[in-house]
Design a protein. Structure first.
Length: 278
């Protein structure tokens, strides 16, 4: 049998499991031999299928498996916005590579990708069969037919707060989130320059301002805007953003290509990185 020392850890674990399971099945294995874990390591979530629908994983969605014993492991990850933990138990006495996942704790923030998060959380529980499709791809299949497609390729790095063009995609208020109305979609954007100068569009009028960044908080100075009369969804979005930017310090957080700004009263926005300024 070829040596495993030059193989990726997750692939090596799967090969060890396959060999041990075969030995136990034909009776040639040593008494008490037990199959190893189906998968370990860090994985990005490419897609989740549940209830007849398929969702593409946002960049932040990932799953990390750390063994805690010969047949147990701890799972930590991100549903796309909210973090979670779970307990993992590796199945024994079966030719199938399978695990049982018992959800633990999770955060409960209002997020842009709530449908994906709900589907991911629904499938990532109970008994899951583990199928390796290639050296860097795994598929987890639940009893109800839902699937989670994983890849071990490096995750997308977080976009920088400054010198990135941010396009506003949603508005949040406490535990609720809503997408920008279709007529206003893509019209509100802003860039924070390396000198903390801010420029962009509120959805109708262009604006400029300065910003003070202090760790996880950013405070926008007074906005200077053009004077176009704005109505409809664009005007509503503009008034909401003007109020938000002028409400005092905002907490900012970036996961992959998504920026979240949140005020002290829970109101805020989500924005997606479009391109880095030269």
């Amino acid at each position: 049998m070829p040596t495993l020392r030059h193989l990726p850890a997750a692939l090596a674990a799967v090969l060890v499991l396959a060999a041990a399971s075969t030995a136990c099945a034909d009776g040639s294995g040593t008494a008490g031999t037990r199959p190893g874990p189906g998968f370990t390591g860090s994985w990005s979530v490419e897609r989740v299928s549940a209830d007849g629908r398929t969702f593409t994983g946002p960049p932040a969605a990932h799953l990390a498996i750390e063994p805690t014993g010969s047949r147990t492991a701890e799972a930590k990850g991100n549903y796309g916005c909210n973090g979670f933990t779970a307990a993992v138990a590796y199945e024994t006495g079966s030719a199938h590579r399978a695990v049982t996942v018992t959800p633990g704790s999770s955060t409960a923030m209002a997020c842009e990708h709530m449908e994906f998060e709900a589907a991911f959380a629904e499938v990532l529980r109970g008994r899951l069969e583990v199928r390796r499709e290639s050296a860097d791809r795994l598929v987890l299949t639940a009893a109800g037919g839902g699937t989670i497609e994983l890849t071990s390729k490096p995750p997308v790095p977080d976009a920088p707060l400054t010198v990135t063009e941010w396009t506003v995609t949603g508005l949040t208020s406490g535990d609720t989130a809503a997408s920008v109305p279709d007529r206003a979609a893509g019209k509100a954007e802003f860039t924070i320059g390396p000198d903390a100068g801010v420029s962009g569009s509120l959805g109708c009028n262009r604006f400029s301002a300065t910003a003070a960044i202090d760790g996880p908080r950013i405070t926008f100075g007074p906005l200077t805007t053009t004077r176009i009369a704005c109505t409809g969804p664009e005007g509503d979005l503009e008034r909401t953003l003007t109020e938000l930017f002028g409400s005092g310090p905002l907490t900012w957080r970036i996961q992959a290509h998504t920026l979240t700004l949140t005020a002290a009263d829970g109101k805020g926005l989500t924005a997606r990185a479009a391109s880095a300024a030269e």
